[in-house]
Ligand binder design. Sequence first.
Ligand code: ZN
Length: 409
Amino acid sequence: MNVANTSEPVVSNADDAASIVLDQAMWAAEQGTFPVGGCIIENATGRVVQAMHNNVLKPLADSDKTFTYDPTAHGERQLVYWYYANKDKLGLPGPSELTVVTSLDPCAMCTGTLLTAGFNVGVVAIDDFAGINFNDVPPALRGLAELKFGYYACGEKGQDPGTYVRKYVGGPDVVFRETAVSAQRLVGCSDIFQASLDKVRTTSSESGLPPSGLSDPAKLPDNSPVKTRFRSVYDGAFRSKTPKSRLPGAQLYELLTLVKDSAPEAKNAVALLDPFGNVILCLADRFDLSPVHTAFMNVTQSYAITRHGLMDDKDTRQSATEYLTHPKYGTFVFLYAPNPKDSTTIMTLGAYGSTMEGPVPQIFPANFQYYNPPLEGTVEEFRSVIMGLPPFYTQLAQISAMKVAFSIE
Ligand SMILES: [Zn+2]
């Protein structure tokens, strides 16, 4: 489905680039996931280095259903990870010499990923619910966002309806910034997303039994697929338990500290507890892989991909349904609250919002907890970063982070 790297088409204007990302969005719609697509273009040559579409939901084998594969698998985020995995092998130029063109204004997660890596970003259609639209980044990042992001001009006066005619707004190094996208492609990129958004979002947020319907995976034998698959990612999976999943206590603090200290260069570690208080995952930053492999990204991706793998196999689907659920019923516990001054923080918050895809259930609040204040900046500054995010995060996902309350036993 992705443009093969060997074919390397070359494009010469924004409308041709828009055509490539709109095709990707159509592949995504066909797959039943969020219809958004993107590509990396080399500024100097117009070479399309790679194209990808959203992969949040993927079909399950032997089923007509789709299921969350990776809540962070937006086109742009995947392109940045792809870049880091392939830049040495393929001898790719630095991110400042490349532009990620996307069919839709990037969300907070993708914006944090793109700004951390240093890509130029060319946007076709606007998303005023989850899109970052220049302004919804923390003040410290606004200058960088204005320099790196560009919103393509659209339409021609006298030829297209006035509502579609707009000028280019954005930075100086975005590829094809002097050319326009056609009204037809702009509307295509916008409409294909809006048409299936609600259906896809509902599929993604409703996948999983409420805790009252679940069985405790700690009781499974050690050779059960649920335990062995998670232990291949994190050896401590389902080996320790806190009595109450929303009161993590001192033992988890020690575990998070140990995990962070044993990962070179790591600044933070994050654990995911299930509704029974079992530690499913406890992972650190992996900055040896890239500057965007943060602890939270590693945890939410690993949980979803492992769970999807169990759901995708008809021999393990039943136990995956009985023992695992949507992470909104669990607890994400950070060793440190995310640093409000760091560009990865909007990536983390955005990825958290995408993981929830809806409000945290009111009877299971405090889904996002931290032990320590941020390594730099204050908790108040961190809160103001959250409150400054687009409406999706503040009104729908309603992100709120709480300090761990130590239980006295
Ligand atoms: Zn995104």
